[in-house]
Design a protein around this ligand. Structure first.
Ligand code: IYR
Length: 222
């Protein structure tokens, strides 16, 4: 059993209370401006911006620090085309058979349908995989912990980093997403978690006129 080793918390930044309040308010104002976008410009995005956003995502806490995630960044037009074809096939099934009338009613105000041109227009797709278990050198399987929670937190940081960089994104979840393992040649122990579409908004982009819940609707203090 390895012994734990510790290092002082050099990276912690302490702020006076009034500055802390300003920072919390300013961060909220920044993330409040994030919107999911479904129309993307073809304009290229610098690869090192994406790399830094993924490094930010990789700072997420995870069960036993196993970091059970893998990010596949797709800029290649042929691979984007394959993903679009496969995703639209699943989405056709979803919109014509799989989704219940209630589900389609809940979605109706977003104006989505089976057509996903953004999967080819946007400069980058990021396929996020959760590592359900590890495969050891001898081929044995070893358990990972809180995989969904860990990957969800990493994805939240990724979304926030993308927004903070001045780009927009769309969290796209064609279902099922097994085609991503095949196209992207990912192993069996990785399960597609989310497909993120990243880039600049197209000229004249509009977004649904929706709002977020108020503080009292989402919080209880004791
Ligand atoms: N995956 C489909 C449907 C869809 C489902 C939910 I829940 C959304 O919030 C948005 C869309 C699609 O991408 O169109």
């Amino acid at each position: 059993m390895p012994e734990p080793t510790f290092t002082p918390l050099y990276s912690y930044m302490k702020y006076p209370e009034d500055e802390m309040k300003k920072r919390a308010d300013s961060f909220y104002r920044q993330v409040q401006n994030r919107r999911t976008v479904r129309t993307f410009s073809e304009r290229e995005v610098p690869r090192d911006v994406i790399e830094n956003c993924i490094l930010a995502a990789g700072t997420a806490p995870s069960g036993a620090n196993i970091q059970p995630w893998h990010f596949v960044v797709i800029g290649n037009p042929e691979i984007k085309r394959q993903i679009r074809t496969a995703a639209e096939k699943e989405e056709h099934e979803f919109y014509t058979h799989r989704a219940s009338p209630e589900w389609l009613e809940d979605l109706s105000y977003l104006g989505t349908d089976e057509h996903k041109p953004f999967l080819e227009t946007a400069p980058y797709l990021i396929a996020i995989f959760e590592e359900s278990y590890r495969v050891l050198a001898d081929g044995k399987h070893r358990k990972n912990y809180y995989v969904g929670e860990s990957t969800g937190i990493a994805t939240g940081i990724l979304l926030t980093a993308i927004h903070h960089s001045g780009l927009v994104s769309l969290t796209h979840t064609p279902s099922p997403m097994g085609f991503l393992n095949k196209i992207l040649k990912r192993p069996k122990n990785e399960k597609p978690f989310l497909l993120l579409v990243v880039g600049y908004p197209a000229e004249g982009t509009v977004v649904p006129d929706i709002s977020k819940k108020t503080l009292s609707e989402i919080v209880t203090f004791y």
